[in-house]
Structure formats: structure tokens, C-alpha cells
Unconditional design. Sequence first.
Length: 189
Amino acid sequence: MKPAPGRIRIIAGRLRNSRLEVPDLPGLRPTPERVRETLFNWLAPVIAGARVLDLCAGTGALGIEALSRGAAQAQFVEPEPRAAQALRANLARLQLDAPVAGTDAARFLADAPRSFDVVFLDPPFTAELWEPLAAALERGWLAPDAWIHVESPRGHVPRLPATWRLHREGHAGSVRHALYRRSPELPLS
């Protein structure tokens, strides 16, 4: 299931079969092709024209896949300098105009918020950042009906805001991947 060392491919859209260079860095865990395919099948009705935020971007495969499939714009956030540089190089080679913030996700989210329709939340598993990053996203970063994709270790379901409703989930190897839909309207108890 793990891609060939140093390369992964874009699955569909205008950049279909384009290869992304992947630096050999400890802890860098590109989202497997099978998970990306499932996720983008789920997102197919909403990805065209979407504003996308790829937090903890790593290779940027999720955000680049979104752009390939018609997302209007993507913002990438990646603090590791070599990963951020490889991401910028891949974007330039693919002729994609998308900013890469070379800072950690918490610092990025402390800035003035902008609204996104789709967010990819896949922090390093050992850092356990799901809850604080999810809380920060709720401070103006999410469109009222945003979609949030969350990856975590299999068997670990992060505590997320009550406004995030589980839409679908799956497992691939040791990874749980889940798609949530933000619903600011909470049912009456």
C-alpha cells in the first residue's frame, strides 16, 4: 500500500497521473492512494469551486488532488522546511498557483481567519493536535457547511467540535480516515 519511495501520483482530474516528488523525511506519511480515491469520491459533489485548506500538508497530495479536480483555490500549511520546499517545487512544476505557509498549523490558525469550504486535517499522529486544531478552525476558518477530512490512527477517534457531524469513515492499514460535515445548527436536546 505504501507508494514507491520518493513519488506518489495524482489520481484524477486535469493533473491525473502527475507524479509528486516526496522527500525522505522522518514521520512524513503521505495519504495513501486508496484513501485519497475514497475521500474524493465522497467529496465529488462539492469539490468543484471549493476553497481548500490543507493543514499539516506534508506532500500536499490532498490539496493538489483537490486542485486537479476543480477546487478554486488551495492554501497549504507545512512547517518542515524540506517538505515545504518540495511542496513548492511540485506546485511550480505542475504550474499551480497556491500559497504554502512555512509555519505550524496552530501558528497559522492564530492569524486572521479566512473561510474554507474543505479542510484536510492530518497532523502528525504523535503530536496529538486534532482537538486544538479543530477548536482553532472553529474560530472563523470554516464555511458554515464546511467539509473536514480527519486522519488519525486506527482505533483513535479524536474529540472534535459538536458542530462536526460524521458523514463517512473508513480504514486503510493503521489509519482511520473520516469525513465530517460542519453543521452549526445543533439539535435541541
